[in-house]
Design a protein around this ligand. Structure first.
Ligand SMILES: Nc1ncnc2c1ncn2[C@@H]1O[C@H](COP(=O)(O)OP(=O)(O)O)[C@@H](O)[C@H]1O
Ligand SMILES: [Mg+2]
Length: 247
């Protein structure tokens, strides 16, 4: 099994005022694996995702992040994306003036070259949105502008599918979804996985994990992973809350 992501004793603080948020995270994800992180609000889960992606709001003060066995901590977010890391946002941005399909195709070509024609890529997109149960103008609208909460999550998962990352980080992709949308998004994640993409999914709920073939579940509290195991951990969290870490 190939080591894809290795996070070693990672400490990170807010760049602005030095407040420490990540307090020694250790995590290894191999190719083809799906790992879930569950943890209370404000424990630093989104910060971890942002630090992996290289958001300059946070400063690494100790430890390392290796991707395909090379440190990425000095790379820009763009360079990390070019290496094959993609993160969906917990609260996706609305970007006025950029048509969703143009955004996707431009990003695809940046990542994978321009051997596919515009119309080939457009056809793939049209075919993909059939599975998402969204309106036909989904791709013609400005990126996420005026999208409902559910549409934004579908927009994120379409980007994740289309851009073919090696590592996909999903930050609460399931929050706010109704049961039908949840099933649609879970199906997309399964299709993404079949291609060999590794997934790190941050979630509060076991229900999305029930659709997925989960390798590891980690409980994350106050800036670090405090317990790891299989899906039984998610069951225990659902039943008893985060008090299980004291058991
Ligand atoms: N850019 C930021 N500016 C100020 N505080 C932040 C910022 N990012 C994270 N924090 C703080 O760090 C803590 C962890 O936040 P976050 O990573 O969003 O947690 P989670 O995703 O687990 O709910 C919170 O107390 C949050 O307010
Ligand atoms: Mg969060």
């Amino acid at each position: 099994m190939n080591k894809l992501l290795q996070i070693r004793d990672l400490h990170a603080s807010l760049a602005e005022d030095g407040t420490e948020i990540l307090k020694g995270v250790n995590l290894e994800i191999n190719t083809n694996e799906l790992h879930a992180i569950m943890g209370p609000n404000g424990s630093g889960k989104s910060t971890l995702a942002n630090v992996i992606m290289g958001n300059p709001k946070y400063k690494i003060t100790k430890g390392n992040i290796l991707f395909e066995e090379e440190s990425i901590v000095n790379l820009s977010p763009n360079e990390r994306a070019m290496k094959g890391i993609f993160m969906t946002f917990q609260n996706p941005f609305e970007i006025e003036g950029i048509k969703f399909s143009s955004f996707l195709i431009t990003a695809y070509r940046k990542l994978h070259g321009d051997q596919d024609t515009f119309s080939q890529l457009n056809n793939i997109l049209k075919e993909r949105i059939q599975r998402l149960n969204v309106s036909n103008d989904f791709l013609d609208r400005f990126l996420n502008v005026g999208f409902s909460g559910g549409e934004k999550k579908k927009s994120e998962i379409l980007q994740a599918y289309f851009l073919k990352p090696k590592l996909l980080i999903l930050d609460e992709i399931d929050s706010g979804l109704d049961v039908d949308a949840l099933r649609i998004v879970a199906n997309q994640i399964m299709e993404i996985r079949k291609r060999g993409t590794s997934v790190l999914i941050i979630t509060h709920y076991k229900r999305i994990l029930d659709y997925l073939d989960v390798d590891n579940v980690h409980v994350y509290i106050d800036g670090k992973i405090v317990k790891s195991g299989g899906i039984e951990i998610a069951n225990a969290v659902e039943e008893k809350g985060y008090a299980i870490v004291k058991e």
